[in-house]
Write a protein that binds this ligand. Structure first.
Ligand code: SF4
Ligand code: SF4
Length: 365
């Protein structure tokens, strides 16, 4: 017996699938499953985080409902995966609160920080808040750079520590048994598999979305979101180096590296997250884990809003709207940071760790 119904159901399904093995060519889940006869909770969390929820094994399954075996691997592994975010979250007490009220907490946090920054600026000098500013240092007339760096540095540091603790718990439970260190070869294979979302193609035909015709759109939106996020992170990193190493103060001209990286990343994030939200909304109910729909949607919505407010700020930064837009953008970024360790963001970390284990287990190089 496992601790949750989802783990018990996943155990039952993996036992059925292990006898059938019809789907072994579809993705990494089935070859990994075939290496074991019994499944610990850690094994099931490992398998769940290998699954991309493409839906192919549901449409291919002769034992899917209404068959008495009622095999629904994508939905069950989605539930286990969602539970794993909560099971490994740090600190545990916060995971439950975000789980139940993720979108509300994210929106309230974003608006609270935005209101704080606006109130701070309005009390200091309303003319600064509502005026048009341009040239180096324009952003810091609203909030001093050091105050901004302290507030967001602390939130970012918290997110990093919380996610590192979550990953540590995942590795202890669902990582390589015996905790052998991953080899360079398995790490490189995992980087390659994660970088091209190798197992999100439904075995080569695409992902099952709104209907039974598979397409590769979900993989495209995942790529746009993932690489858009990396480009935005690169833009922020270059801007930080500019500030501290070269003494060059934001905002930068449109042709400068941070703006070019941020613009490309922002557009990718907006299109990618909007596409994923639409795909999630239209997904066939039998493939969805509705219990976690809110938190997943909250994460995508916060990513979308981060990109959208950033792009609006870029376009309107020389107008009187800059103050309000900057406050909103910073509020959304703050909310994104504090919710990251408790939602779908960690799936990237756990999936990568699962891919490293998979590459090591199968010695596939
Ligand atoms: S999902 Fe169905 S068809 Fe595929 S391996 Fe499992 S039982 Fe067999
Ligand atoms: S990745 Fe696709 S084929 Fe593999 S277990 Fe998940 S839903 Fe099934």
């Amino acid at each position: 017996m496992h601790a949750t119904d989802a783990l018990n159901e996943a155990d039952r399904l993996m036992t059925v699938c292990n006898s059938c093995r019809y789907c072994e060519g579809l993705c990494a889940v089935f070859p990994a499953m075939e290496l074991r006869r019994t499944f610990t909770a850690g094994d099931l969390n490992y398998l769940a985080n290998l699954c991309h929820s493409c839906g192919a094994c549901f449409d291919d399954c002769q034992f899917a409902p209404p068959h008495a075996f009622a095999v629904n691997v994508p939905q069950t592994l989605a539930s286990v995966r969602a539970e794993s975010y909560r099971a490994y979250a740090w600190p545990r007490a916060l995971a439950g609160a975000f789980d139940r009220n993720g979108l509300v907490i994210a929106v309230v946090a974003a608006l609270s920080v935005a209101a704080f920054i606006l109130g701070f600026a309005a009390l200091n000098d309303p003319a600064v808040l509502l005026g048009a500013h341009s040239g180096p240092g324009a952003f810091y007339r609203l909030m001093p750079h050091n105050a901004m760096a302290a507030l967001f540095g602390a939130a970012f540091l918290y997110a990093i520590v919380a996610m590192a603790m979550g990953l540590r718990a995942f590795l202890r439970d669902a990582g390589t048994p015996g905790r052998a260190a991953p080899t360079g070869v398995s790490l490189w294979q995992a980087v390659r598999d994660a970088g091209r979302l190798r197992y999100l193609d439904g075995g080569g035909v695409g992902c099952v979305n709104a209907d039974e015709r598979p397409t590769d759109r979900r993989r495209l939106f995942h790529h746009l979101t993932f690489y858009g996020f990396l480009l935005c992170f690169a833009a922020t990193s270059v801007a930080t180096l500019y500030h501290y190493l070269l003494g060059r103060v934001a905002p930068y001209p449109w042709y400068d590296v941070p703006v070019l990286l941020g613009s490309a990343g922002g557009l990718g994030l907006m299109v990618g997250t909007a596409g994923l939200l639409a795909a999630k909304w239209r997904r066939r109910p039998e493939l969805r884990d509705d219990a976690r729909f809110g938190m997943d949607a909250a994460f995508l919505a916060m990513l979308f809003l981060t990109a959208a407010t950033g792009m609006a700020l870029l376009v309107l930064r020389a107008t009187p709207a800059m103050g309000v837009l900057l406050a909103l953008h910073l509020g959304v970024v703050f909310a994104l940071f504090i919710t990251m360790p408790y939602g779908k963001f960690v799936h990237g970390l756990y999936r990568f760790a699962a891919l490293v284990r998979y590459a090591g287990e199968l010695g596939r190089i």
